[in-house]
Design a protein around this ligand. Structure first.
Ligand SMILES: [Mg+2]
Length: 325
């Protein structure tokens, strides 16, 4: 059977996970959250976080519309986003690079200037990596982080009755990508959101002590809501009218003759945070001043996962962006 007949990335991960040793008394959370959570040998109240991401030219970035600096920055941001989703802080990273031998040295230097810029933003130190030749530029980053037990946020902790909320406007990265792919003009806002997104580590520090479940929005809202529901064994209902969407995204939908909903639900790479929080803790969160948008509610598992559209239709919340789809 070919991978693309299996039913997507997550079906493959499940198959492969069964083959390997993946559990131990030191592993608090293994495969299946934004980052792994490992117990610290000499500190009971702090955990080690580990996350990794691969970016491939032509799949995740495109040299014809991204500068090497932009590619470098985005590679770091998408990893920090996963650490933020756990309620943690990033610390150290290793970066491995596959590059065709014909690649310009200056291109590599500028890529690393992008890494440096984003790492300086978060105080991350690069401590190693590997470089090798290959047919297509590929960047793999493994980022470590730390989190206190009080701040640790898992996908598995949502409770029926929780409010579901996001930290910012959705769909912009995907709308920007679709315009670029169609060779159409792109607004500065959409360009920024797609080419040099900033993750929400700033918001995570206020959210982490208050929320129940948290995840970063990297594969589209639909996919992330489903991850929380799968891991927490709950249902969810999302109100489309409450999802924050920038005017430029609405305009892009008109230009491209696509439903804005597609960018929001299935687009991905927004790098905002999605979280569930009890109604009582929402009052506490208000005092921190962190900006958030309630978009729905966690329900009992039997109630399924639904989107109430702007037209008041109740449609199943399926999918999200699928690799190998
Ligand atoms: Mg993630």
């Amino acid at each position: 059977m070919q991978i693309n007949e299996l039913g997507g990335e997550f079906a493959l991960i499940k198959k492969l996970t069964n083959i390997i040793p993946s559990q131990s008394k030191d592993v608090l959370v293994g495969i299946g959250d934004d980052a792994a959570v490992i117990k610290s040998p000499n500190n009971k109240n702090q955990f080690l976080l580990i996350t990794t991401d691969i970016l491939v030219e032509g799949e995740h970035f495109n040299k014809s519309w991204s500068t090497p600096e932009q590619i470098g920055i985005k590679s770091i941001e998408c990893n920090v986003s996963d650490i933020a989703a756990m309620g943690g802080l990033p610390t150290f990273l290793v970066v491995s690079l596959v590059i065709p031998p014909s690649t310009n040295v200056e291109w590599c230097e500028r890529l690393y200037q992008g890494f440096a810029y984003a790492c300086n933003r978060y105080g991350i130190i690069i401590v190693g990596g590997d470089t090798t030749q290959g047919s297509v530029e590929t960047i793999n980053i493994t980022l470590l982080g730390k989190v206190s037990d009080k701040n640790l946020c898992l996908r598995s902790n949502a409770k029926p009755g929780d409010i579901l909320a996001v930290t910012g406007e959705l769909g912009a990265s995907s709308a920007g990508l679709n315009l670029l792919k169609s060779n159409l003009p792109i607004t500065p806002y959409l360009e920024k959101k797609h080419l040099t997104p900033e993750c929400r580590l700033d918001a995570a520090k206020d959210l982490a002590p208050a929320v129940n479940a948290m995840i970063d929005i990297s594969d589209g809202l639909a996919s992330e809501v489903n991850h929380i529901c799968d891991n927490s064994n709950v249902g969810a209902v999302i109100n489309e009218k409450d999802i924050p969407v920038h005017q430029d995204v609405l305009n892009a939908g008109k230009t491209l003759n696509k439903q804005t909903r597609e960018f929001v639900l299935n687009g991905g790479e927004d790098f905002e945070l999605l979280f569930s929080i009890s109604k009582l803790d929402l009052e506490k969160l208000k005092q921190t001043g962190v900006k958030y948008y309630p978009i729905g509610e966690i329900t009992n598992p039997g109630e399924g996962r639904f989107l109430i559209t702007k037209e008041n239709d109740r449609i199943p919340l399926l999918g999200g962006f699928k690799h190998f789809g």
